[in-house]
Write a protein that binds this ligand. Structure first.
Ligand SMILES: NC(=O)c1ccc[n+]([C@@H]2O[C@H](COP(=O)([O-])OP(=O)(O)OC[C@H]3O[C@@H](n4cnc5c(N)ncnc54)[C@H](OP(=O)(O)O)[C@@H]3O)[C@@H](O)[C@H]2O)c1
Length: 260
C-alpha cells in the first residue's frame, strides 16, 4: 500500500510522517491509524467500503466490494479498537460473530494495555438479535446490546441468558447520547463503528462522527443500494483529509477527521 497524501494538520505520527510515495507495512499502518492518545470520551471512528459510484453493497453485501487492501485495513482497525459498534441491521445482514484476531494481534493489544479482544456493541430498537446467532455463539467475548424500551422483553431475556450485557434506554430508539454514554460507562473509548448506514447516518446527524475511514473500491455497481449514511434529517460535518493510501489494484483508502 502506498501513501499518496498525508495531511500534516492531523496525524498521530506528527513529525514522523512517512514520506508521500512510500510503501507502508502493517506497523506503519498501525501508527497512521492510531487513536488519539489520552482520550477522555469515546472517539467514534467509522469504517466503510463503497464503490466508486457510492454504493455500500454489491449483490446485497459489503463483502462484494472487498479488496485485499480493504481486508488488510479492516483487520488493523479491529486490532486498534476497544469496541466494534454496529447497527443490528448490519449484524443480521452480515451474520456477525465476535471479533477474531491472530495470536500476534492479541499479544500486541495486551502489550499496549488493551483488552485481548474488542467487544461487539450492537444497537437495536427492536431487540431482534437471536440468542443462538453467531454474535453469541461464535465469540470469545460476549456482546453488549444497547436497546430501547420498544424491545421484545423475551428476546432480551434470552440474550441475557446467553451471556450478553443488555443495556435498555428509555424511548423507542437509542439516541446518540445514549450510545456514547453507554460506551463511556463501559470504559470503551476507542470505538470502531462498522455501520451500517442507518446507525452512521444518525451519528453524522448528531455531529458524533469523529473519524471516517472510507475505502473506495475500484468498481462501479449502479443499482439501488444506498450510500454510507442515511437519516431523516441532513446535517453538515466539516472534515479534514487525514490521508489517502492507494493499492496497486486501484483501491483508495481515505481517512477523514472531524474539524474541531
Ligand atoms: N459497505 C460497507 O462498508 C457496509 C458497512 C455496514 C453495512 N453495510 C450494508 O448496509 C446494509 C444495512 O444497512 P442498515 O442501514 O439497515 O444498517 P444498520 O444501521 O446497521 O441497521 C439499521 C438497524 O439497526 C438498528 N439501529 C441502528 N441505529 C439504531 C438506533 N439509533 N437506535 C435503535 N436501533 C438502531 C435498528 O435495528 P432493529 O431493526 O433491530 O431495531 C435498525 O433497524 C447491509 O446491506 C450491509 O451489508 C455496508
Amino acid at each position: 500500500m502506498q501513501l499518496l497524501d498525508i495531511g500534516t494538520y492531523f496525524t498521530s505520527v506528527q513529525g514522523t510522517e512517512p514520506p508521500v510515495g512510500s510503501t507502508l507495512d502493517d506497523d506503519a499502518l498501525r501508527a497512521l491509524y492510531a487513536y488519539p492518545a489520552d482520550l477522555d470520551r469515546p472517539w467514534i471512528r467509522t469504517n466503510f467500503v463503497a464503490s466508486i459510484d457510492g454504493s455500500v453493497t454489491a449483490n446485497g453485501k459489503s463483502a462484494g466490494l472487498g479488496t485485499p487492501a480493504d481486508s488488510q485495513l479492516f483487520g488493523i482497525l479491529r486490532e486498534l479498537c476497544d469496541a466494534v459498534l454496529v447497527g443490528a441491521g448490519t449484524a443480521r445482514a452480515e451474520n456477525y460473530g465476535g471479533v477474531a484476531l491472530s495470536t500476534e494481534s492479541t499479544a500486541r493489544r495486551v502489550a499496549s494495555g488493551l483488552a485481548p479482544i474488542p467487544t461487539i456493541v450492537v444497537v437495536t430498537a427492536s431487540g431482534s438479535i437471536e440468542a443462538d446467532s453467531r454474535l453469541l455463539t461464535d465469540t470469545e467475548v460476549k456482546p453488549v446490546v444497547v436497546t430501547s424500551s420498544a424491545a421484545d422483553g423475551a428476546k432480551l431475556a434470552a440474550l441475557r441468558a446467553a451471556g450478553a450485557t443488555v443495556i435498555e434506554v428509555s424511548g423507542e430508539s437509542v439516541s446518540t447520547t445514549d450510545i456514547v454514554d453507554s460506551l463511556a460507562e463501559l470504559g470503551l473509548l476507542r470505538i470502531l463503528c462498522e455501520g451500517g448506514p442507518g446507525l452512521f447516518g444518525q451519528l453524522v446527524s448528531d455531529g458524533a462522527a469523529d473519524d471516517l475511514c472510507l475505502t473506495i473500491s475500484p468498481i462501479l455497481v449502479s443499482g439501488e443500494a444506498g450510500r454510507i449514511a442515511h437519516a431523516a434529517s441532513a446535517a453538515d460535518t466539516s472534515m479534514h483529509r487525514a490521508h489517502v493510501l492507494g493499492d496497486a489494484d486501484g483501491t483508495l483508502l481515505t481517512r477523514w477527521v472531524r474539524r474541531t
